[in-house]
Design a protein around this ligand. Structure first.
Ligand SMILES: [Zn+2]
Length: 153
């Protein structure tokens, strides 16, 4: 049995030899295909459903074409163009911002009964203050600056 398995692997790697293989751009195309497919399962109207099905199929076929393509130079150029586009759009930065905002919202909701949140005026760090009413002076744990805050409710 292990023999059969390794010969199967050998056949695949032989088949893939000289081909572009999986890259970031193809991964993105497959992701779009899956998303279109997922959205399709939520939609009952006939025409949009057909359109989404076509989009999903086209992106998947294009991804497979890229993975199996023997024109490696051209495919690598496309992939680095795609990477440059991601950099220009600053996708990572946007994800980071969304992640931070979600984390902040989570904290605000979790401590809504007992705490209030303020921004440090010096470094922008989110500060958690007890709900106790009135003015107070605190030290930012990040930049160590002393600041006065007033809590009204
Ligand atoms: Zn600070």
């Amino acid at each position: 049995m292990p023999n059969r398995f390794s010969s199967y692997i050998a056949k695949i790697s032989q088949f893939m030899y000289g081909r572009n293989g999986f890259d970031k751009y193809s991964g993105f195309l497959i992701l779009i295909s899956l998303l279109a497919n997922g959205a399709n399962s939520l939609i009952w109207a006939k025409i949009p459903s057909i359109v989404l099905y076509a989009v999903s199929a086209l992106f998947f076929i294009y991804a497979v074409f890229r993975i199996l393509s023997k024109n490696i130079v051209k495919r690598q150029n496309e992939n680095s163009g795609f990477s440059r586009l991601l950099k220009t759009m600053n996708i990572n930065g946007t994800f980071y911002k969304i992640k931070n905002k979600t984390k902040e919202l989570n904290l605000r909701v979790r401590f809504a009964g007992t705490h209030r949140f303020r921004r440090c005026r010096n470094c922008g760090e989110l500060l958690r203050l007890s709900k106790k009413r009135g003015p107070r002076e605190i030290t930012c744990p990040k930049c160590r600056s002393r600041q006065k805050f007033k809590i009204w409710l």
